[in-house]
Design a protein around this ligand. Structure first.
Ligand code: PEP
Ligand code: MG
Length: 758
């Protein structure tokens, strides 16, 4: 704000403060407000329109005919006032009548006035009314005056809320009218359909008081909030060893840049000087930035704008004490979660019964939050540009992750069509569920093992629901992710025992903790506390477990004890060299010897395995093979290393294809290198849960898949239609002479045989 604007706003605010504090009736207050503003801005006319029953109604005026009050009404989008409400935009015109949207209302007697300026009165991001001034002489209002008007509009928003001048229903009803339906496009991360209300993971703050009682106190509040916010950001940066990787660093840098930006703090302080509370000042500055940015059409700047929004919201939450995510506030209705990105632990905090879908601005197929959502059966649409600019808290949303779209504020007809699709999709799900008892056997009679991936107690039920052959990957770190502190040995033992009890005769392959990368544990920090450049290739998984031997020791004891009297399957993640397996197994051997010395019940048998996730291991499989019973190919990590493409980086989400000769040839080599060894091979990455990919894997000779529970039905269906001899021969051909588009070739092959692979 310029100093003139500060002065003008302060002047008006001081006077408005008295009006607000008076014990007058709301209507009387509005009548005084228009007088004050008209005088201060030297305008013959000042009018307030408020939204009532879906129409903008003239509630108070100075300068227009008083008979028009509560008589003149216009629809949102009608005339200049309607347009301001519709677009939530400020208008400043020297000659109102020259504007194509001008609509003349004879009852107001406004024909004498030429200049016109109006600002929306915004409440919960929606226009609840319009404040405007008019003048006889044709002149444009100065920026100082417009800024003063905008500040006053914020005060009015508080006044009308407190006085119940517009009601909740109207604001919501207007939501649809204001901007109408919109279609979002993104990348399907987890298929499925869902409908619900938009809920921001980081809720926007409701500003309760706009006019300050004590300016100095407000200034202090902002100083403290800035300190706290900078501290948080510095802390986030120092924990980067478990950061999200990829764009995360970029975002942190931008956050830092804004958090220390003196211009921003100065503008907020100026707004406080003009008489606003800390919250209102932050919002006021943000509104102004938003308005300016709207005029610049640059996607890069728009991204930065989102960063600033994030940060302003963070600052608001600190200053107002309204901390906590939507999960901690609790979901009240069926909800679709809106966020830039999420961590897996953050997602797990939500009430599963209410959380129906997730829409992210970022996200990638194999990031852990997406894996968790997939396991929870929650559709996820990612990579939606400008998401947070279009969707507002409480908007109705139809999420169609199958088609990679979502509709915001849908029209009734669209809702109907969606419901019909939804019902069909449920029918399809039910048909797959009916395959529960079916043993997945190929057309030429080979039984394929179809297992599920799991990690939480709640996932166990999926075993009987899907009729899967076991749990091919139990991600033990999920228990660590959902705990506030390191889970004790007793808690670990209890979980493992429950899982094995529930699985009965079916095998469960427990993977030892795989933390690091995009799975952060706030209570487990790197010793030197420094961030890592590449967390996915850094201190994670078995590397952490071997260095923090205590961690693996406790887990080994828990697993061995839980498996007393039965068969235990253990596998180690991210093994790059055989000695890492040897060391990890030695930890188990030692614990086994200890339990034996204690005369505890030991497992009847222990099968050790490793995950093939690091390409280097493929070159030494012959050395490892005699020591292991099974190998589980983790294609999520494996492909990120093969392609040197961070699995959590949304920019690379669509760049490489699992069905590419590079990956398929690599996997074939791995499978062949274990020929003649007694090692079971399975694929447990997300790749195996997609039908076309699964078809390719069958063609390569894979006979065991461990996949997300929702894919079990579709995979069983696929298996029953495939002739292994045929697909094996086709795959040989393709890999010898790769077609230009492997995916297209495989799809065409499947379609010719009536095998659906979508
Ligand atoms: C993998 O990397 O493919 C895998 C299954 O493990 P995670 O996704 O947990 O890293
Ligand atoms: Mg992995």
């Amino acid at each position: 704000m310029t100093s003139g604007a500060v002065e003008a706003a302060r002047n008006i605010l001081t006077r408005l403060h008295e009006v607000m504090a008076s014990r007058n009736h709301a209507q009387a207050k509005l009548n005084t407000v228009v007088e004050v503003i008209g005088e201060c801005l030297n305008s013959e006319v000042c009018s307030i329109y408020l939204l009532r029953e879906g129409m903008l109604e003239l509630f108070a005026t100075r300068g227009l005919a008083q008979e028009a009050v509560h008589v003149t009404r216009m629809a949102v989008g009608e005339g200049l006032v309607g347009m301001i409400a519709d677009r939530i935009e400020t208008l400043n015109l020297a000659e109102a009548a020259a504007h194509p949207d001008f609509s003349y209302r004879p009852e107001t007697g406004e024909d004498r006035f030429h200049s016109f300026a109006g600002v929306p009165i915004v409440r919960r991001e929606r226009a609840a009314g319009v404040l405007c001034v008019q003048h006889v002489e044709p002149r444009r209002y100065e920026e100082v005056e417009i800024e003063a008007l905008q500040t006053v509009a914020m005060v009015l928003s508080e006044l009308i809320t407190n006085a119940d001048l517009v009601d909740e229903v109207d604001v919501h009803a207007l939501g649809a009218a204001q901007t109408g339906p919109e279609q979002l496009r993104g990348l399907t991360l987890v298929k499925g359909l869902a409908s619900g209300q938009a809920v921001y993971h980081q809720p926007r703050v409701n500003i309760e008081h706009v006019v300050a009682e004590d300016t100095e106190a407000e200034r202090q509040r902002v100083i403290h909030a800035f300190d706290k916010m900078r501290e948080q950001i510095d802390r986030m940066a120092s924990q980067a060893e478990f950061g999200m990787g990829g764009e995360h660093d970029e975002v942190l840098d931008t956050y830092r840049m804004f958090a220390y930006d003196e211009g921003w703090t100065r503008r907020i302080n100026e707004a406080i000087d003009s008489g606003l509370t800390a919250e209102a000042a932050i919002e006021r500055v943000q509104q102004r930035t938003r308005m300016r940015m709207r005029q610049i059409d640059d996607p890069l700047l728009a991204d930065r704008m989102h960063d600033l929004e994030d940060l302003a919201n963070r600052l608001l939450r600190i200053v107002s004490g309204q901390i906590g995510t939507a999960a901690s506030l609790g979901l009240r209705n069926d909800a679709i979660l809106i966020a830039r990105n999420l961590g897996p632990a953050e997602l797990l905090e939500y009430d599963k019964r209410r959380l129906k879908g997730v829409i992210l601005e970022e996200g990638s197929l194999t990031s852990h939050v997406v894996i968790v959502a997939r396991a929870m059966g929650i559709p996820v649409l990612g990579r939606v540009r400008g998401l947070r600019g279009v969707v507002r808290e409480g908007d109705q949303l139809l999420l169609d992750a199958d088609q990679a779209t979502a509709t915001v504020r849908p029209l009734a007809g669209v809702v109907e069509a969606f419901e019909a699709r939804f019902a069909k999709s449920r029918q399809r799900q039910a048909a797959y569920a009916a395959l529960r008892e079916v043993q997945p056997t190929t057309r030429d009679g080979t039984r394929i093992q179809v297992m599920i991936n799991a990690g939480l107690r709640d996932d166990i039920a999926n075993l009987s629901l899907t009729g899967a052959d076991g749990i091919g990957l139990f991600r033990t770190e999920f228990q660590f992710l959902v705990s506030a502190t390191l889970p004790s040995r007793e808690r670990q033992t209890r979980l493992y025992r429950e899982v094995m009890d529930a699985a009965g005769d079916k095998p469960v392959k427990f993977r030892t903790v795989d933390i690091g990368g995009d799975k952060t544990l706030p209570y487990l920090r790197h010793d030197d506390g420094e961030g890592e450049e590449n967390p996915a290739m850094g201190w994670r998984a078995l590397r952490v477990a071997l260095e923090r031997e205590g961690l693996l020791k406790v887990q080994a004891r828990a697993l061995l004890e839980a498996a007393g009297g039965r068969t235990l399957h253990v596998m180690f993640p991210l093994v790059a060299e055989p000695w890492e397996f040897d060391q990890a197994k030695a930890v188990f051997d030692k614990q086994l010897a200890f339990l034996r010395s204690q005369r505890k019940q030991l497992p009847e048998a222990i099968h050790y395995g490793v995950m093939l996730e690091v390409p280097a291991l493929a070159e030494q499989l012959d050395l490892l093979a005699p020591k292991i019973s099974f190998l589980s190919i983790g294609t999520n990590d494996l492909t990120q290393f093969l392609f040197a493409a961070d699995r959590a980086n949304p920019k690379l989400a669509e760049r490489y294809d699992w069905v590419s000769p590079a990956i398929l040839r690599f996997l074939r080599r791995v499978i062949r290198s274990l020929d003649g060894h007694n090692v079971e091979i399975a694929v447990c990455g997300e790749m195996g849960g997609r039908r076309l990919e699964a078809l390719a894997l069958l063609g390569l000779g894979i006979r065991r898949l461990s996949i997300t529970p929702a894919s079990v039905g579709p995979t069983k269906d696929l298996v029953s239609k495939v002739d292994l001899g045929e697909i094996g021969a086709a795959m040989e051909q393709w890999l010898a002479h790769p077609p230009e588009d492997m995916r297209a070739a495989l799809t065409a092959w499947a379609l010719e045989r009536d095998i659906s692979v979508d």
